[in-house]
Design a protein around this ligand. Structure first.
Ligand code: PGA
Length: 253
C-alpha cells in the first residue's frame, strides 16, 4: 500500500517567525496524523527554526533544492550534506520553476537526484509539461523524457526513496487544475514507465503526487483517483487552515 503524502512547497515565502507560526498552526491541526505523511518545505533561511518547531510532531521536513557538489567554491549554493544536516528527509528536485527560471536541464536534475540519494535524502522528483506541449499532444513524451533522464543511474533499491510529483506547468499557481481524469491519465503513464524502466513491484510501490493549484475544494476528488498518491501544494500550503483541509481530504476514511 502506498501511503498518501501531502507536501507543502512554501517557495520563497515566510520569514522565520511566520514559518514557525505556520508550523504551530499545522501541529495543532495535523501534527499526529499517522495515516498521511505530512511534509513541509520551507525556504532554507527558516529550516532550522522549522526543524525545532516540528519536534514531537509527525510532520516531516523537506528542502526545495540543493546543489549536487559535496563542498567547494559555489557561492550561494547548499550541498546535499548540508540539507541533510538541517534535519530534512526530503528534497524537491526538478520543480518547473527551477527548470524554467534557473535553467536546470534534465541532466542537472539527475545529478541532484543522485547526490541527494548518496547522502540518504529522499528526492521528490517533479515532472510536467507546459501548456504548448500539452496542446501539441507532447505531454506523455515530455513527462517520459523527464522521468527517464531524471532517474538515470538510480538503482532499483534506491527507488524506495523516490517520490514522483506530476505538476503540469499550466496548472501551477494559475488556479487551473488538471481534471482528475487528465491527471490520472498521466499518473498511470508514469507508473507504466516505471514498470518498464524498473519492474512492476517498483511501479506499484512508488508514490506519484499531483501538483498544480491543489486546494481544499479539489483535493478529495484528485486523491480519489487510483494512481494519485497525494499532493504537492504551493499556494494553499501557506495557511494552516487550507493545508490542514487538504491533509484531511487525503486521509483515508
Ligand atoms: P500551486 O503550486 O499549488 O500554487 O499551484 C504547486 C507547486 O508549484 O508545487
Amino acid at each position: 500500500m502506498r501511503k498518501i503524502m501531502i507536501a507543502g512547497n512554501w517557495k520563497m515565502y515566510k520569514n522565520v517567525s511566520e514559518a514557525v507560526a505556520l508550523v504551530e498552526g499545522l501541529k495543532e491541526r495535523v501534527g499526529d496524523t499517522g495515516a498521511v505523511e505530512v511534509v513541509v518545505a520551507p525556504p532554507f533561511t527558516a529550516m532550522t527554526a522549522v526543524h525545532h518547531a516540528l519536534k514531537g510532531s509527525g510532520i516531516r521536513l523537506s528542502a526545495q533544492n540543493l546543489y549536487h557538489e559535496t563542498e567547494g567554491a559555489y557561492t550561494g549554493e547548499v550541498s546535499p550534506e548540508m540539507v541533510r544536516d538541517t534535519g530534512c528527509r526530503y528534497v524537491i528536485l526538478g520543480h518547473s520553476e527551477r527548470r524554467r527560471i534557473f535553467g536546470e536541464s534534465n541532466e542537472t536534475v539527475n545529478r541532484k537526484v543522485r547526490s541527494a540519494l548518496d547522502v540518504g535524502l529522499s528526492p521528490i522528483l517533479c515532472v510536467g509539461e507546459s501548456l504548448s506541449e500539452r496542446e501539441e499532444g507532447k505531454t506523455m513524451d515530455v513527462v517520459g523524457d523527464q522521468l527517464r533522464k531524471g532517474l538515470a543511474g538510480v538503482a532499483d533499491q534506491e527507488m524506495a526513496r523516490i517520490v514522483i510529483a506530476y505538476e503540469p506547468i499550466w496548472a501551477i499557481g494559475t488556479g487551473k487544475t488538471a481534471t482528475p481524469e487528465q491527471a490520472n491519465e498521466v499518473h498511470s503513464h508514469i507508473r507504466n514507465l516505471l514498470s518498464e524502466i524498473y519492474d512492476t513491484e517498483v511501479a506499484a510501490r512508488t508514490r506519484i503526487l499531483y501538483g498544480g493549484s491543489v486546494k481544499p475544494a479539489n483535493a478529495r476528488e484528485l486523491m480519489g483517483c487510483s494512481d494519485i498518491d497525494g499532493a504537492l501544494v504551493g499556494g494553499a500550503s501557506l495557511t494552516a487552515e487550507s493545508f490542514a483541509e487538504i491533509v484531511l481530504a487525503g486521509t483515508p476514511s
